[in-house]
Design a protein around this ligand. Structure first.
Ligand SMILES: CC(C)(COP(=O)(O)OP(=O)(O)OC[C@H]1O[C@@H](n2cnc3c(N)ncnc32)[C@H](O)[C@@H]1OP(=O)(O)O)[C@@H](O)C(=O)NCCC(=O)NCCS
Length: 282
């Protein structure tokens, strides 16, 4: 797997080209995504290599460990919008607040690298169930998730994308949770798993399902029992539930963000490929 930190190290460091206009027109220039050719260089911004080209049909996934960013937290918090800063203040637990600040700031850094707009100037919009999007550039679809110490982000052009990661928690009663939330086909498949592999199968199923309801922007209110996904490793397609209607032509990619972590990306067909990188320190 290519890590962006390796990729970045091989790139000459030079100032990133920045967009002044909110009207973002993607173009590919020497293998790098830049804003429209007509954009001007107005803002100053820390130099560093831009992100690799995001080509139509490809999904780019980025991972970051928010616990490694605690020393930079003030700097990270500075790029948040006032409503994000207010939300950060409402968290009761410091750990949740720190994770949220780092998660949003890194999201802004990544969006900035894709669009050329400085992180603090990015305007986010929200769907009817709270899915963030870029009103100025809706063709850049993205989604994020966090679990344990990890943050995960997925980006794709023009097609919806959802991502979910979870950390293994063997103390959970996987069978009871599945019986409560999953489709009967999934419950049956889960009960056929050997007890020692059932928790992994449960998390594989959960992340696939949650990534789907995040891709369509509905979240858990969509109802996890309205559709079914395969629960075994290597089975990649969303099954169509006759009563659910919605999950047709969606593709699941399994992620392994790290030891004890499970994850999935769901997006619409056709998909040319998926690449995973670690977010470098910008
Ligand atoms: C979206 C949802 C599935 C996330 O669950 P989770 O396991 O707690 O969180 P994850 O770490 O996987 O993902 C959180 C991220 O998903 C994104 N997100 C939020 N709502 C989303 C939605 N409806 N669809 C897709 N993504 C969404 C956000 O970026 C969020 O990050 P944030 O905390 O920085 O805002 C869950 O919160 C949900 O079902 N939300 C919908 C709630 C709702 O119906 N709200 C209506 C009023 S807005």
């Amino acid at each position: 797997m290519l890590k962006v930190s390796d990729w970045a190290a091989s790139q000459p460091v030079r100032p990133t080209r920045l967009a002044a206009s909110r009207c973002l027109k993607f173009c590919e220039h020497k293998g790098v995504v830049f804003p429209g050719q007509d954009s001007q260089l107005l803002h100053s911004f820390p130099p560093g290599p831009p992100v690799p080209a995001l080509k139509p049909g490809c999904v780019q996934v980025w991972y970051a460990r928010w616990t490694e960013r605690l020393a930079d937290l003030n700097e990270l918090a500075a790029v948040l919008a006032p409503e994000e800063q207010a939300r950060a203040q409402r968290f009761r637990f410091e750990r949740d607040r720190n994770r949220y600040i780092a998660g949003r700031a890194i999201l802004r850094q990544l969006l900035s690298r894709y669009t050329g707009v400085p992180p603090a100037e990015i305007q986010l919009g929200y769907g009817h169930r709270g899915k963030p999007f870029l009103p100025a550039c809706p063709e850049l679809e993205f989604n994020m998730s966090d679990a344990g110490e990890l943050l995960a982000y997925a980006f794709r052009l023009q097609m919806p994308v959802g991502i979910d990661i979870e950390v293994s928690r063997p103390q959970l009663d996987s069978t009871a949770l599945a019986q409560r939330y999953f489709h009967p086909l999934e419950v049956r498949a889960l009960l056929e798993e050997a007890p020692e592999s059932r928790h992994a199968a449960f998390l594989r199923c959960w992340t696939r399902k949650e990534a789907f309801v995040k891709a369509i922007g509905e979240g858990l209110r969509f109802g996890l029992d309205r559709f079914a996904v395969p629960i075994r490793e290597g089975e990649g397609c969303v099954l169509v539930d006759p009563s659910g209607g919605e999950p047709r032509n969606w593709k699941i990619f399994e992620l392994r963000p790290g030891p004890n972590y499970f994850g999935a990306v769901v997006t619409r067909e056709p998909v040319a490929g998926i690449v995973e990188w670690t977010v470098p320190r910008w």
